[in-house]
Structures are given as structure tokens and as C-alpha cells.
Design a protein around this ligand. Sequence first.
Ligand SMILES: C[S@@+](CC[C@H](N)C(=O)[O-])C[C@H]1O[C@@H](n2cnc3c(N)ncnc32)[C@H](O)[C@@H]1O
Length: 253
Amino acid sequence: MQSYHRHLVTHADHPVAAPLSEDSVRVLLDRAMPRDRAPLLLDLGCGQGTWLLRALAARPDAEGVGVDIDPAGIDHGLREAERLGLAEKLRLVTEDASRYPVDRPGDVVLCVGATHAFGGLLPSLEAAAAHLAPGGTVLLGEGFWERPPGPDALRVLGCDADAYDDLAGTVRRVTDAGWTPVYGHVSTAAEWDDYEWSWTGSLARWTLEHPGHPEAPGAAALAADHRTGWLTGYRGTLGFVTLALRRTPPTTH
Ligand SMILES: C[S@@+](CC[C@H](N)C(=O)[O-])C[C@H]1O[C@@H](n2cnc3c(N)ncnc32)[C@H](O)[C@@H]1O
């Protein structure tokens, strides 16, 4: 019987585990990677390592290191790297990113959709800063409120209204902490819809294609619950912004 790993199924048809298109990922990486040297990228909470694989494909001189607690995502990323001929330039480690030792500083440190691993936005930036080479760029992806959340959004997301700020407030917190946005991307409604339809649709399709699998009934219920929660709860309310950030020199903030 084919093994079932929910995270791999829900993300089978979407480039990254966040509401960003291939084009958005490409542009953000291009803005973040230095052009004057071979970049080392470190991805904290890398999932299946897709950001790193895209970076390595775009920049043959780049190297990537990714850290995630989910061994299935790491295994998948390593298989993809082999398939794409990129394995020699990629190291993926199964570990808690908040405990990952500062080893080689990264020219680009990514933390996209994984700020919960560090206890929120500002602790994630602090952790990223510890791994960042001088003059390097952090790519930070974080949720924000597109509009004030109603009770249904909060119930479905399982959080309080103060879990996120609005977009301006989110950027203000980042700049107040000593960072300068050098680029940013706000996920569009179409990117969100593609992400959520892919998540719920891949899972629903898997259940239809594996009707006798013991996990199929639970997976079908999860796909339906998630879809309903998104449509009735947080669609249009939860936003997602990915910021390319450089350290603000002490004299200018
Ligand atoms: C929403 S996914 C984003 C994955 C990836 N950054 C991307 O954009 O495709 C969040 C990831 O954070 C990982 N994660 C959660 N807590 C973590 C921790 N303490 N250390 C490392 N990874 C963690 C999860 O396993 C998951 O792969």
C-alpha cells in the first residue's frame, strides 16, 4: 500500500508551501542573491527545499543549506536535488531550526512561512541575523491581516487577533527592529486561491485515487474541512508578505 504523508500530498502541485507563484519565487530570489559573489543560501524551515532548488537552478554558482524538522520533506527535497542534478550543491538537514548552530554565515537567509519555529516575527529575524553574512539579505515570509479578522477567521486559524498586524504595521515592526526592506511581495488573491485550491485539491484527489487506503476517510474529511475553513473563515482576511531585508546601518535608524 502506498505510504501517505499529508504534507507531501497537500504540497504536491504547488511550488512552495506558501501562497507564492513560481514567478514570485524567482523574482524574490533574484532580488535577494548578491550578483558579485557566489551566494550561500540558508533556509530555516525549508520544507521540501524548493526555494533552494530554484535558487540553485537559477544560479549555478550558488550553494544551499536547508533545515527542517520534517524528515519526509527533507527526503523529498534530496530526491528532487538528485533528479535535477543539483545534489552536490545542496545540504538538507533534519533538525529544529531554532537550535541549528551558526556555522557558515549565509548571503541569503530564508524564513518563509516558518516564523512559528522561532516564536514569531521578531525572534525569527533575530535568529536569521545570527546566521547572516555581512551585507546579506533575509527573505522573510509572514502572514498579516488584509482586514480585521472576524470570529470565524480566528476560530479557523486558531489564533488571536494580535497574532498578526496589518501590512503597514508588520513592515513598521520590521523597520523598527533595524531592518530595511529592499524588496517585497504581497501575495495576490490569485496566488492565495492557487495555493489553497492546490492544498485541498491535491488531498481530495489523493483520497479519490486511494479509496481503500486506511487514511483516505480522514484525509477526505481534512480536505473538506480545510476548504470550508478557508472559504468561510480567512479567505481575503489573511494576507502574506515576503520581504527582502538588509540590516539598517546604526546611524540611519
Ligand atoms: C508553511 S511550511 C513552509 C516551508 C518552506 N519555507 C516553503 O516556503 O516552502 C513551514 C515549515 O516549517 C517547518 N518547521 C516548523 N517548525 C520548525 C522548526 N522548529 N524547525 C525547523 N522547521 C520547522 C515545517 O516542518 C514546515 O516544513
